[in-house]
Design a protein around this ligand. Structure first.
Ligand code: CAA
Length: 246
C-alpha cells in the first residue's frame, strides 16, 4: 500500500499504539509529536524498531494555527499526499468547573478541539482532489456522556463529534470519510494520573470491569482507515467496554 497517515499526539499511549498498528497495516506514518517531546518520540521509534521509511517523526504544536498551516503545507509538498489524518492529540486539566481557571479551559479547548481545525484544514482539500481520504478524530466516552470534573474536556470532545458530522457531509462526494472513535478509559499515562480511588470507582462502573488496552483502540482506527470502511462516514464508534451505550 502506498498510503500515508499523519497521527497527532503520537508520543502518547494511544498515539503510539496507533502508529504501530498503521505501520503493521502498511502505511507510512507521519508521527507528529508536540514541541519538545522529541526524546519520547525517538524512544518509541527505537523501541519499535521502525525504519525511516515506515515512520517519519514530525514536530508540531497543534495549537498554533500559523505553524500548522506552514509545516503541514510543506509536508504535503514533500510527501506528495497525506491519505489519513488521525486527530489524536489531547490533554486533560480536570477540576470542578466552579474552580476552573480560564487557562485550564483554554488549554484543553486549544489542544483537543482547535487543533482539529489547525491540522485538518491544510490537508483536507488535497484529499478531496485525490478522491480518497480518511479523517479520524479521537474523541472520548466523556464527550458523549459528560463527566464530573471535565467540563473543558467533555466540551472539546463533544465538539469533535459535531465537527466530524459536518465535515463528513462535505467530504462524502469525494470519497473522504470523517469519523470519530470514542474510547473509554484506557490504560495510558493520562488515565494513570487520576486519583486511584476515583479511577477504581469508574472501572467498577464499566461492564467489562477493566480499562481498554491502547491496542484495542488502535484496531478500530485501523478499520476506519482501511478501504473496507469506504461507506462509513459521520459515525462515532464507541470502544468503551460498555461504560456508555449511546
Ligand atoms: N458525581 C457527583 N458528585 C461527585 C462525583 C460524581 N461523579 N465525583 C465526585 N463528586 C463529589 C464528591 O463526592 C465531593 O463531594 P463532597 O464535597 O460533598 O465530599 C465533590 O464532588 C468533590 O469531589 P472530589 O473530592 O473528587 O474533588 P477534587 O477537587 O478532589 O477532585 C476531580 C475533582 C479531579 C475532578 C475528581 O473528581 C476527578 O478526578 N474526577 C474524575 C475526572 C475524570 O474522569 N477524568 C478522566 C481523565 S482520563 C480521560 O479523560 C480519558 C478519557 O477520555 C476517558
Amino acid at each position: 500500500m502506498d498510503k500515508i497517515a499523519l497521527i497527532t499526539g503520537s508520543e502518547g499511549g494511544i498515539g503510539s499504539a496507533i502508529t504501530s498498528q498503521l505501520v503493521k497495516d502498511g502505511f507510512r506514518v507521519i508521527a507528529a509529536y508536540y514541541t519538545g517531546c522529541y526524546e519520547i518520540a525517538l524512544k518509541i521509534f527505537n523501541e519499535n524498531e521502525f525504519t525511516d521509511k515506515q515512520v517519519r517523526l514530525f514536530e508540531i504544536d497543534v495549537t498554533n494555527t500559523t505553524e500548522c498551516f506552514e509545516k503541514l503545507g510543506a509536508l504535503l509538498e514533500e510527501e506528495g499526499h497525506i491519505d489519513v489524518v488521525v486527530n489524536n492529540a489531547g490533554i486533560t486539566r480536570d477540576g470542578l468547573f466552579k474552580k476552573m481557571p480560564a487557562e485550564n479551559w483554554l488549554d484543553v479547548i486549544n489542544t483537543n478541539l482547535n487543533s482539529v481545525y489547525n491540522v485538518t484544514r491544510p490537508l483536507f482539500a488535497a484529499m478531496c482532489e485525490r478522491k480518497f481520504g480518511r479523517v479520524i478524530n479521537i474523541s472520548s466516552v466523556n464527550g458523549l456522556k459528560g463527566q464530573f470534573g471535565q467540563a473543558n474536556y467533555s466540551a472539546a470532545k463533544a465538539g469533535m463529534i459535531g465537527f466530524s458530522k459536518a465535515l463528513a457531509a462535505e467530504g462524502a462526494r469525494d470519497g473522504v470519510t470523517v469519523n470519530v472513535i470514542a474510547p473509554g478509559y484506557t490504560g495510558t499515562p493520562m488515565v494513570e494520573k487520576m486519583k486511584p480511588e476515583v479511577l477504581e470507582s469508574i472501572v467498577a462502573q464499566v461492564p467489562m470491569k477493566r480499562l481498554a488496552k491502547p491496542e484495542e483502540i488502535a484496531k478500530a482506527i485501523s478499520f476506519l482507515a482501511s478501504e473496507d470502511a469506504a461507506y462509513i462516514t459521520g459515525a462515532t464508534l464507541s470502544v468503551n467496554g460498555g461504560l456508555y451505550m449511546s
